[in-house]
Design a protein around this ligand. Structure first.
Ligand SMILES: [Zn+2]
Length: 330
């Protein structure tokens, strides 16, 4: 009960506009960066707590960037099934953990980008955030921590590990937003998401790949349970209409969503908890690998320039034409 009460306090700032095919939706990403702050050790907590609103607000920045930066979209997913069963194994026929080796293996960067690069993106940003801690660069630390939290969270979403990311290949269109947005929005207040202190990651690169592997292993239930319920409920009970701003949209009904949630038996809650802890673990590991700098001895807030740059980026995303984005784009 205590946990439940605690995290209700996190609710402000979490809601934003619905956004299809953005892992965890606005709600989930904001919640995760916020929860991750509370997994940090006492040496890091005051600095991160002082900037918790920045980390929350900017948790969704990489998704907004997809509409403006053409190279952004592949950073959010990995189509494991495009490579076959052994794609995730560390040795033999598995995908190389070094980006250049992976590019060479698939015959060029375009081929690699086509099926997403989220674990390589997480590993790359781990290096960048470690460097920012070493340089005691408050702006870079906050900017990179917010972004890294987003990509780590994406790596934990089952539907970000498959070509069938929105059920479009199996007549289950809409399952993406159902799993990652609708279910947590409907049930989030009953979740127990506090995880205790995040661990140090001995092998951060492998931790990113393990997150993808874990998410991919959950995929079978994601599709199977939806299919089972669809067979059990009539079409008019499966879908309903909801008001989103000025639009009326057809969506999975509340009845279907809740039955699906129950059948998944805590899967969404488990993935949220795992993601929050893993984000914290990455932030913590970067700080340790940077030599555990004393965070109280540097500027405690982002500069006005960083705040303005973030705001400019937000506005550019809003103003961007709603063109199709390549890669998991519906
Ligand atoms: Zn994303």
């Amino acid at each position: 009960m205590k946990n439940r009460y605690c995290w209700l306090l996190l609710l402000p700032l979490l809601f934003g506009p619905a956004s299809p095919a953005c892992a965890w939706g606005f709600y989930g990403h904001r919640l995760l960066n916020r929860l991750a702050v509370y997994t940090l050790p006492p040496e890091m907590l005051p600095f991160f707590k002082a900037n918790i609103d920045y980390l929350t607000t900017n948790a969704t920045r990489p998704d907004s960037r997809r509409t403006v930066v053409p190279t952004e979209a592949p950073r959010h997913f990995l189509d494991v099934d495009a490579y076959g069963d052994s794609a995730l194994t560390r040795h033999g026929r598995g995908l190389p953990r070094a980006y250049a080796d992976a590019v060479a293996l698939v015959g060029g960067e375009d081929s690699l980008l086509r099926h997403g690069i989220v674990p390589w993106q997480v590993a790359r940003m781990k290096g960048q955030l470690t460097a920012a801690f070493k340089e005691r660069d408050t702006d870079r630390i906050l900017h990179l921590a917010a972004d890294l939290g987003h990509y780590v969270a994406d790596a934990c979403v089952p539907l970000h590990t498959t070509r069938n990311y929105n059920g479009q290949l199996t007549n289950q269109r809409g399952i993406h937003a159902l799993w990652e947005s609708r279910l947590p929005e409907l049930n989030g207040t009953s979740y127990d998401l506090l995880t205790g202190q995040a661990p140090y990651l001995d092998n951060p690169t492998e931790a990113a790949w393990l997150a993808v592997e874990r998410a991919h292993a959950a995929l079978d239930s994601v599709f199977t349970m939806e299919r089972q319920l669809t067979a059990e409920l009539s079409e008019d009970r499966k879908y309903g209409y909801e008001q989103r701003g000025r639009q009326t949209i057809r969506t999975y009904s509340r009845e279907f969503s809740q039955a699906y949630h129950q059948r998944l038996n805590g899967q969404v809650e488990r993935q949220l908890r795992y993601a929050a802890r893993l984000i914290g673990a990455f932030w913590y590991t970067c700080w340790v690998d940077a030599g555990q700098p004393d965070l109280s001895q540097q500027r405690q807030q982002p500069s006005t320039a960083e705040e303005l740059a973030s705001e400019r980026e937000r506005q550019a995303a809003v103003a961007a034409p709603a063109a199709a984005i390549p890669g998991h784009d519906e």
